[in-house]
Write a protein that binds this ligand. Sequence first.
Ligand code: ZN
Length: 104
Amino acid sequence: MFSNCITCGAAVDKSESYCGKCHPKVNKKPLDEQAGGDHYKKYLIQPIEYCMVNKLNACQANIIKYATRYADKNGVEDLLKIKHYVDIILQLEYSINNPKEIEY
Ligand SMILES: [Zn+2]
């Protein structure tokens, strides 16, 4: 007995929903998976995808990453990393080497 692959319509055994090419286990894309946890899965777009399509630099990308995950992963450590990347931008783009001296 046959049925059809729900993705491409190819004939498959009736007990299967997908053909061999379309099966999610075979056809998993990198952004469908996450190494080291699942704290990004609840978001509509993963931080890395957002950063890539918007061509953010490394400091911007790390700020987005740590801001997105801090509550689910490393808490204070992730927040301090955000501060560190902000300090790097201040130094490299604004020649501000000691951000603590700035009043705002
Ligand atoms: Zn298929």
